[in-house]
Write a protein of this length. Structure first.
Ligand SMILES: [Fe+2]
Length: 264
Protein backbone atom coordinates (compact mmCIF):
# COMPACT_ATOMS: atom_id res chain seq x y z
CA UNK A 1 0.00 0.00 0.00
CA UNK A 2 1.33 3.43 -0.96
CA UNK A 3 0.47 5.95 1.74
CA UNK A 4 0.75 9.70 1.20
CA UNK A 5 0.90 11.75 4.42
CA UNK A 6 0.27 15.48 3.80
CA UNK A 7 1.69 18.03 6.29
CA UNK A 8 -0.45 20.61 8.14
CA UNK A 9 -2.98 22.07 5.71
CA UNK A 10 -2.84 25.72 6.79
CA UNK A 11 -5.91 27.86 6.01
CA UNK A 12 -7.43 28.56 2.59
CA UNK A 13 -4.05 28.55 0.85
CA UNK A 14 -3.41 25.10 2.30
CA UNK A 15 -6.71 23.85 0.90
CA UNK A 16 -5.91 25.53 -2.46
CA UNK A 17 -2.50 23.81 -2.66
CA UNK A 18 -4.12 20.43 -2.01
CA UNK A 19 -6.83 21.14 -4.59
CA UNK A 20 -4.21 22.05 -7.14
CA UNK A 21 -1.64 19.29 -6.55
CA UNK A 22 -3.22 16.26 -4.88
CA UNK A 23 -5.11 14.75 -7.86
CA UNK A 24 -1.98 14.72 -10.04
CA UNK A 25 0.25 13.31 -7.25
CA UNK A 26 -2.24 10.53 -6.48
CA UNK A 27 -2.32 9.64 -10.16
CA UNK A 28 1.39 9.79 -11.01
CA UNK A 29 2.60 8.23 -7.75
CA UNK A 30 -0.16 5.58 -7.69
CA UNK A 31 -1.18 6.51 -4.14
CA UNK A 32 -3.57 4.08 -2.40
CA UNK A 33 -4.29 5.93 0.84
CA UNK A 34 -4.07 9.64 1.73
CA UNK A 35 -3.66 10.99 5.27
CA UNK A 36 -3.52 14.72 6.10
CA UNK A 37 -2.82 16.80 9.20
CA UNK A 38 -6.03 18.78 9.66
CA UNK A 39 -5.60 20.85 12.83
CA UNK A 40 -4.87 24.15 11.01
CA UNK A 41 -7.32 23.94 8.10
CA UNK A 42 -9.97 26.53 8.98
CA UNK A 43 -8.32 29.95 9.36
CA UNK A 44 -5.33 28.23 10.98
CA UNK A 45 -7.23 26.96 14.01
CA UNK A 46 -9.02 23.62 13.88
CA UNK A 47 -11.22 22.35 11.05
CA UNK A 48 -14.88 23.10 10.41
CA UNK A 49 -17.30 20.41 9.26
CA UNK A 50 -17.59 22.15 5.86
CA UNK A 51 -13.82 22.14 5.27
CA UNK A 52 -13.60 18.52 6.46
CA UNK A 53 -16.24 17.47 3.92
CA UNK A 54 -14.49 19.48 1.19
CA UNK A 55 -11.13 17.77 1.85
CA UNK A 56 -12.75 14.32 2.02
CA UNK A 57 -14.19 15.01 -1.44
CA UNK A 58 -10.70 15.86 -2.70
CA UNK A 59 -9.63 12.30 -1.86
CA UNK A 60 -8.21 12.47 1.67
CA UNK A 61 -8.96 9.18 3.44
CA UNK A 62 -7.90 10.05 7.01
CA UNK A 63 -7.22 13.18 9.07
CA UNK A 64 -4.81 13.53 12.01
CA UNK A 65 -4.92 16.14 14.77
CA UNK A 66 -2.99 18.39 17.11
CA UNK A 67 -3.34 21.19 19.63
CA UNK A 68 -6.11 22.91 17.62
CA UNK A 69 -8.20 19.78 16.90
CA UNK A 70 -11.03 20.78 19.21
CA UNK A 71 -11.19 24.46 18.20
CA UNK A 72 -14.28 24.25 15.94
CA UNK A 73 -17.54 22.98 17.48
CA UNK A 74 -18.94 21.74 14.15
CA UNK A 75 -16.27 19.01 13.89
CA UNK A 76 -16.84 17.50 17.35
CA UNK A 77 -19.58 15.01 16.27
CA UNK A 78 -17.23 13.69 13.55
CA UNK A 79 -14.35 13.40 16.06
CA UNK A 80 -16.69 11.43 18.34
CA UNK A 81 -17.94 9.14 15.55
CA UNK A 82 -15.79 6.00 15.07
CA UNK A 83 -17.00 5.82 11.44
CA UNK A 84 -15.65 9.28 10.53
CA UNK A 85 -11.92 9.16 9.62
CA UNK A 86 -10.71 12.07 11.76
CA UNK A 87 -8.88 11.88 15.10
CA UNK A 88 -7.61 14.28 17.76
CA UNK A 89 -4.50 13.47 19.84
CA UNK A 90 -5.07 10.21 21.75
CA UNK A 91 -3.25 11.37 24.88
CA UNK A 92 -5.74 14.07 25.87
CA UNK A 93 -7.09 13.24 29.34
CA UNK A 94 -10.11 10.93 29.68
CA UNK A 95 -13.39 12.78 29.18
CA UNK A 96 -12.05 15.01 26.37
CA UNK A 97 -14.28 15.23 23.28
CA UNK A 98 -13.35 13.08 20.30
CA UNK A 99 -11.41 9.86 19.67
CA UNK A 100 -7.64 9.61 19.34
CA UNK A 101 -7.46 6.57 17.08
CA UNK A 102 -9.68 4.95 14.46
CA UNK A 103 -9.59 2.04 12.04
CA UNK A 104 -10.22 2.95 8.42
CA UNK A 105 -10.99 0.26 5.82
CA UNK A 106 -9.87 0.82 2.25
CA UNK A 107 -9.41 -1.65 -0.62
CA UNK A 108 -9.64 -4.60 1.78
CA UNK A 109 -6.91 -3.18 4.06
CA UNK A 110 -7.34 -1.98 7.62
CA UNK A 111 -5.41 1.17 8.52
CA UNK A 112 -5.14 2.22 12.16
CA UNK A 113 -4.64 6.00 12.47
CA UNK A 114 -3.30 7.35 15.78
CA UNK A 115 -2.46 10.95 16.71
CA UNK A 116 -0.32 11.89 19.72
CA UNK A 117 0.57 15.27 21.17
CA UNK A 118 4.11 15.96 22.39
CA UNK A 119 4.83 17.08 25.95
CA UNK A 120 5.51 20.73 25.01
CA UNK A 121 3.18 22.12 22.36
CA UNK A 122 2.28 25.81 22.20
CA UNK A 123 -1.30 26.28 23.24
CA UNK A 124 -1.58 23.07 25.26
CA UNK A 125 1.82 23.28 26.97
CA UNK A 126 0.25 23.91 30.37
CA UNK A 127 -2.41 21.22 29.95
CA UNK A 128 -1.80 17.88 31.61
CA UNK A 129 -1.57 15.29 28.84
CA UNK A 130 -1.30 11.53 29.29
CA UNK A 131 2.07 9.97 28.50
CA UNK A 132 2.14 9.48 24.70
CA UNK A 133 4.38 6.39 24.86
CA UNK A 134 2.10 4.58 27.31
CA UNK A 135 -1.01 5.61 25.35
CA UNK A 136 0.37 4.42 21.98
CA UNK A 137 1.49 1.10 23.54
CA UNK A 138 -2.04 0.49 24.83
CA UNK A 139 -3.63 1.28 21.45
CA UNK A 140 -1.25 -0.95 19.48
CA UNK A 141 -1.80 -3.79 21.97
CA UNK A 142 -5.58 -3.41 21.65
CA UNK A 143 -5.46 -3.98 17.88
CA UNK A 144 -2.78 -6.72 17.87
CA UNK A 145 -5.14 -9.49 16.75
CA UNK A 146 -6.54 -7.34 13.90
CA UNK A 147 -2.99 -6.72 12.58
CA UNK A 148 -3.72 -3.39 10.82
CA UNK A 149 -1.33 -1.13 8.92
CA UNK A 150 -0.46 1.47 11.58
CA UNK A 151 0.09 5.18 10.91
CA UNK A 152 1.15 7.24 13.93
CA UNK A 153 1.25 11.03 13.88
CA UNK A 154 3.29 12.81 16.56
CA UNK A 155 2.42 16.50 16.81
CA UNK A 156 5.12 18.23 18.81
CA UNK A 157 7.63 21.02 19.28
CA UNK A 158 10.71 19.04 20.26
CA UNK A 159 12.60 17.51 17.33
CA UNK A 160 14.11 15.08 19.86
CA UNK A 161 10.66 13.77 20.87
CA UNK A 162 9.62 13.41 17.24
CA UNK A 163 12.84 11.55 16.45
CA UNK A 164 12.67 9.24 19.49
CA UNK A 165 9.04 8.21 18.92
CA UNK A 166 10.07 6.82 15.52
CA UNK A 167 12.66 4.53 17.06
CA UNK A 168 10.32 3.70 19.97
CA UNK A 169 7.77 2.39 17.45
CA UNK A 170 10.30 0.94 14.98
CA UNK A 171 9.07 -2.47 13.85
CA UNK A 172 5.65 -1.94 15.48
CA UNK A 173 4.19 0.82 13.28
CA UNK A 174 4.19 1.12 9.49
CA UNK A 175 4.68 4.89 9.32
CA UNK A 176 5.48 7.48 12.03
CA UNK A 177 5.20 11.14 11.01
CA UNK A 178 6.11 14.20 13.07
CA UNK A 179 4.45 17.54 12.41
CA UNK A 180 3.45 20.93 13.94
CA UNK A 181 6.65 22.76 12.94
CA UNK A 182 5.41 23.56 9.42
CA UNK A 183 9.06 23.31 8.30
CA UNK A 184 10.07 19.95 6.82
CA UNK A 185 13.16 18.16 8.08
CA UNK A 186 15.40 16.41 5.54
CA UNK A 187 15.47 13.01 7.23
CA UNK A 188 12.75 10.76 5.83
CA UNK A 189 14.03 7.19 6.18
CA UNK A 190 13.08 3.61 6.87
CA UNK A 191 14.34 2.82 10.39
CA UNK A 192 16.32 -0.41 11.10
CA UNK A 193 13.28 -2.55 12.01
CA UNK A 194 11.11 -1.34 9.11
CA UNK A 195 9.14 1.71 10.22
CA UNK A 196 9.06 4.64 7.80
CA UNK A 197 9.73 7.89 9.66
CA UNK A 198 10.29 11.63 9.35
CA UNK A 199 10.92 14.10 12.18
CA UNK A 200 8.70 16.76 10.56
CA UNK A 201 6.78 16.59 7.30
CA UNK A 202 6.22 20.37 6.94
CA UNK A 203 3.06 22.18 5.83
CA UNK A 204 0.79 23.03 2.91
CA UNK A 205 -0.16 26.65 2.26
CA UNK A 206 1.59 29.97 1.81
CA UNK A 207 5.29 29.73 0.96
CA UNK A 208 6.38 33.35 1.51
CA UNK A 209 5.13 33.65 5.09
CA UNK A 210 6.00 32.71 8.65
CA UNK A 211 4.52 29.18 8.85
CA UNK A 212 1.44 30.44 6.96
CA UNK A 213 1.12 33.78 8.81
CA UNK A 214 1.65 37.12 6.99
CA UNK A 215 5.22 38.31 7.55
CA UNK A 216 4.03 41.90 8.12
CA UNK A 217 2.04 40.93 11.23
CA UNK A 218 4.97 38.99 12.69
CA UNK A 219 7.72 41.50 11.89
CA UNK A 220 5.77 44.43 13.38
CA UNK A 221 5.33 42.48 16.63
CA UNK A 222 8.99 41.57 16.76
CA UNK A 223 10.36 44.96 15.75
CA UNK A 224 8.13 47.13 17.97
CA UNK A 225 7.52 44.70 20.85
CA UNK A 226 3.76 45.09 20.51
CA UNK A 227 0.92 42.59 20.43
CA UNK A 228 -0.38 41.94 16.92
CA UNK A 229 -2.96 39.48 15.66
CA UNK A 230 -1.73 36.64 13.45
CA UNK A 231 -3.16 37.22 9.98
CA UNK A 232 -2.91 34.33 7.54
CA UNK A 233 -1.22 35.02 4.22
CA UNK A 234 -3.83 34.70 1.47
CA UNK A 235 -1.92 35.33 -1.75
CA UNK A 236 1.36 34.53 -3.48
CA UNK A 237 3.32 31.33 -3.89
CA UNK A 238 2.16 28.10 -2.27
CA UNK A 239 4.00 25.06 -0.90
CA UNK A 240 2.93 21.42 -0.61
CA UNK A 241 4.89 19.08 1.66
CA UNK A 242 4.22 15.40 2.20
CA UNK A 243 5.86 11.99 2.53
CA UNK A 244 5.10 8.96 0.41
CA UNK A 245 5.66 5.55 2.03
CA UNK A 246 5.51 2.07 0.52
CA UNK A 247 4.10 -0.42 3.01
CA UNK A 248 4.44 -4.17 2.40
CA UNK A 249 0.93 -5.64 2.53
CA UNK A 250 2.10 -8.85 4.22
CA UNK A 251 4.52 -7.57 6.89
CA UNK A 252 2.94 -4.09 7.21
CA UNK A 253 6.46 -2.68 7.41
CA UNK A 254 7.89 -0.03 5.10
CA UNK A 255 10.14 -0.70 2.13
CA UNK A 256 10.63 2.95 1.15
CA UNK A 257 9.79 6.53 2.09
CA UNK A 258 10.40 9.72 0.15
CA UNK A 259 9.55 13.38 0.65
CA UNK A 260 7.37 15.26 -1.79
CA UNK A 261 8.05 19.00 -1.76
CA UNK A 262 6.39 21.18 -4.34
CA UNK A 263 5.79 24.90 -4.86
CA UNK A 264 3.16 26.49 -7.08
FE1 LIG B 1 0.08 22.46 15.86
Amino acid sequence: MRILYIGDIMGDMGIASVEKLLPEIVKTEKVDFVVAQAENVTAGKGISLLDYLKLKKLGIDAFTGGNWSLAKDTIIPSLNNPEEPIVRPANYPKGTDGLGYKIINKNGQKVLIISLLGQIVGRDSKRQMDNPLKVVDEIIEKFKSENPIIVVNFHGDYSSEKKVIGYYLDGRASLVVGDHWHIPTANAMVLPKGTAHITDVGMCGSLDSSLGVKLSSIIERWQKNIQTINVLEDSGRMQFNAVLADIDEKTHLATEIKQIQKTV
